[in-house]
Every structure is written in structure tokens, then in C-alpha cells.
Design a protein around this ligand. Sequence first.
Ligand code: G6P
Length: 609
Amino acid sequence: MCGIVGYIGTEQAAPILLDGLEKLEYRGYDSAGLAVYDGQEIQVMKSVGRLQVLHELSHGGEKLPGTLGIGHTRWATHGSPNNENAHPHFNKDKSIVVVHNGIIENYMKLRKLLLARGYEFVSETDTEVIAHLLDYYYKGDPLEAVLKVMQRVEGSYAFGILFREHPDELYAVRKDSPLIVGKCGHGNIIASDVSAVLKYTRDVYFIQNEEVAKLTKDEIHFYNIDCEELEKESTRIEWDVNAAEKGGYAHFMFKEIHEQPKAVRDTISPRIRDGKIVIEELGMSEEELAAVRKIYIVACGSAYHVGVAGKYVIEGMARIPVEVDLASEFRYRRPILDENTLVIIISQSGETADSLAALREAKRHSGVTVLGIVNVVGSSIAREADHVMYTWAGPEIAVATTKAYSTQLVALYLLAMRFAGVRGTIGEEEMADLIRDLQKLPDQIEMVLANKERLQRFANRYAAAKSVFFIGRGIDYAISLEGSLKLKEISYIHSEAYAAGELKHGTISLIEEGTLVAAIMTQEELYKKTLSNVVEVKSRGAFVMAVTNLGHTDCEKTADYVIYIPKTNPYFTDSLAVIPLQIFAYYVALAKGCDVDKPRNLAKSVTVE
Ligand code: G6P
């Protein structure tokens, strides 16, 4: 999984490429590289580490003159992060150069064939195969060579390609990895996603699977794999350019934590009209909604945790059985799906390889309806799902998700309420209360955010913790999963989430003097049960941080540190209780001096299996 940018126009390419790559660093950041063509020679510059290193090495791009170029920021898959493996990759006589995002699954076979034909490899990457294969097929017509390569390679790819013999052309190709084309005043640009081009244009074209784009400085032509030219309409992107920048906050994560009230409001408000839940994009009639017998929620990472919470909410409100699956499991476990099944794929990026594969697995079963809950407009999952419900979180840059998670949660609340309304499992009065509580959430999130200083003092004390446990029952268990993930992904502190009742079946043996246990207790019906578990860990020396509803002052008798959240409907407490856990993780990571926005070994958009 990597980021790609390409430019052809009248401006110097390198600064534009570096600028675009900066926006795409969330896709990978172990090395970066540029190839710029000045009409004489294609010059390549690469560096291991963050983009900043390449920036300095190239003097902000000045060392690479030319108005045509491609750039890449890498997240290693084949071969360790070093200069040889960094992109771009050349063919032997340096007349063809390529950047790639994705995985060429049959690269070993192709590599063998090419070795037998005398080609030599300088890297361990699957990508280098493409440079040599292009060389093998190139007989003067780049498009012909590109199409032949597409027929030979298996796997996922987005390529940006330059040919020395064609100084006025840039080629872009994709299959199962994202790539868009933007038209700006001074030329044309390609990128893995729109955030990299927003500074230059708002009008973008989406390249579909197995399509090629040929860009000159004035024109863009699209072709399918049969070399037929395609007509395409551009899409206008309405995102705010500043929304993709840090806007005064020290980290994207902190900025995004603070954007949650707005993101949640933006996701809820268009779907409540005249006191009713209206989800037009669902594209399902009331009869079809009523006919759903089973729901699968499939996702990865935090989006999966949204699914775990969603199960409690949908089953509770609408009385439809829900199964929640990790996409990487679902795709291979031969799920049993029929025409009364709804499969919900949740994904911020809309590009997560396992989630996309799970979507395709679901679509193989005839009659199954697939709904995507997606943040990135026009992403692969959005395009391939039968229906899409967008979360309006805006671009999320920090690797650890916060605002996308919160918007996904409310999207599921809305769905659960819509189902409950149609199926009559919730009466009118209760529905009106739910809608009122839902609409209050953005302000209540704001209230929780206002208490962050107190949390910072507490987090500073726990920066040296070795291990932390998060416990809860029901929805509080779902919250625990997310709280634990947030902490471990950005602070590198080992942490585990446990269903509170399960703790005594093993994990309690790990509790020792001073171990921090975060007990989530927002579910009134389960409050006393979890409190008993708190007593159990306390008596083994744990230090307990509790998150509970305003008014539960009795909690202070047992827990050592209590965080209160405003009162809301029990179904919605995740939206409030997760906020202090995000803030806690952020401050712990900050106190430890971790790279909050780009934690080690992780990437924002996981487009490989
Ligand atoms: C990565 C990110 C997580 C995210 C997961 C799923 O692991 O670090 O924050 O939850 O991918 O991503 P998606 O884009 O499908 O929501």
C-alpha cells in the first residue's frame, strides 16, 4: 500500500509531486521517490524514511528539473524499505519508469520468465517486473505495451508510467488499487486520492478497474483493456481544502478528535427530516427492509469495532440477528448468505483490501444486498456496493481513526432506527426520544472534549505503563475494544480489551499491583455486574479508571479515577464514552514522545491483504 502522484503540464513537476505525496504519506511512509523528465533524461531520486528526507535531498524538487514526473511514497510489501526497493523502478536502459501501488500476485512467475529472457533485477519488489515487462512489450506504442502488461499481470495495481521516447505523455492504469485523474489550469495530475490534488483542482475523473488514462499537458484520454476510447464525466469534489491540513493543531489526530461534533452532526442531520429517519441512499423499499432476516457487518480494525457496537444496537432496536465479522475472516469462511441477507461493509477509506474482497464475496451470492458505509466518495467499496451510505467525516489523515469511527457509529444508529421504524419494534414515542437523543450527541461530544486537561494530567502518570486492560459488558465491551486499540496503536503500550465477565477466565492472572484497568460502565442494566468485576481487579492491586454516566458518584467509592459522560440513550453511549479513551490514548502517546499521526508499522489505508 503506497501513494502515487504524477504530473504533466507547464509547471515544474517535482514540487507538485512532493506536495501531493505529503498528502498521501498516510498511505505509507517508509521510503519515497521521484522520477522527473526534462525531455533529455529521466532522473530518479529516492530516499529511505519520511518524505521530508527526499524533500531535503532534492532541495524541494529543485534538483529535478522538468515538467513531467511521477512520485511515490512506499509501505513495504515485497522487500524491506531500502533505496533499491523504493520506487520509481526503471527498465534496464532507463527508458521506462514506473511507480506502483498494490501487489502483483504472479510476479514470481513473471520474474522467472523475464530472467530467462535476459532481464536483470536490482530490487526485490514485485513492481520491477512491470518495468521490465513494459520494456519487453514496448515496440514504439506505449498504450499497446501497457495493455499487454495488463493482460499478463494478476493482482492489484495502480501504476504511473513514463516513457523516454514520449516526453509529452504520462500513463496511469489501475485495477483494485485507487487512482484518480485531476485536470488543473496548468496541466493534468494523477494521484491515489483526491486530497493530493485538491490544491490544484476540484474536478477529478475516477479511473475504473482495468482502464488506462493517457495524459498530455492539455488532454486526458481514457481507454478500456480492449483499447477502446472511453468518454468520462468529471466529478466535482466539494471538500474544503483546509480540511485536509492540520489547522493549528499539533497533530492531525487531535484535530480530528475535535472535529467529531461537526462530523457526527453532518452525518446525522441530512438523515432526519420532519422527525423521521430518512436514508434515501439506502435504495431499499420498506418491503425490502422488512424482508431482511439477517445482517452481516463486515469490516477491519476500528470499523469492525463499530460493527460490534452495531450488533447490540441493531439487535436491540430492530430485533434482526446480526453477525459481525472481520473482513479477513469473512472472505474465506464461505458465509451462508441468501436473498434475505443484508451485508454491511464499513470502511473509512473504502479501499481496504480485505473489506473489498469481503464485499465481492458477498456479491457472489445472488440476491444478497450489499450496503457500504464509507467515508471516501467514489472509493472502490463505494462504487462496488449495491448502495452506499456516506459518513460525512471529511478527510481523515491520522492513521488512528477517530472521527470516521464516530460517524460510522451514528450511521449504524440511523440504520438501526430505520429498520426498527419499518418493522415496528420501536413505538412512535420511543422513536421520538431516540431522535432527540441522537441530535444531542454532537453537543454532548463537545462537552466531553471540554474536560481534556484533566485527562492529560492523568495520562501523563500512565505513560510508563507496561500493560493496560479495558473491560466492559455489552456496548461497553465494544467501547473497550476501541479504547484498547487506540491506546496500543499510538502509544505502543500493550493493552487488551475483555468482556468484563470473561476476565476471571484467565486474564485476571495478569493483574498485579498498579496495573491500570479501564472499566467502561455506561450500560445501566449491567452497571452493577461490571462494578463487581472492578472490585475483583481492585482486590488484586489494579488501579481503576472508570468511565460512567453522570450521576454515578457511587462509582468513586470503588474506582480510583472516574470520568463522567453526559446522559444519553444506552444505545448511544459509545459515541460519548469513546471520546475520553481517544484523548487518553493521544496524551499517553504524546507524553511518550511517539509519532502520534504515523505510528510505527501501521498505515491508514491497508490496500493489501
Ligand atoms: C487500518 C487503520 C484503522 C482502520 C482500518 C480499516 O488498520 O489504521 O484505523 O480502522 O485500517 O480501515 P477502513 O479504511 O476500511 O475503515
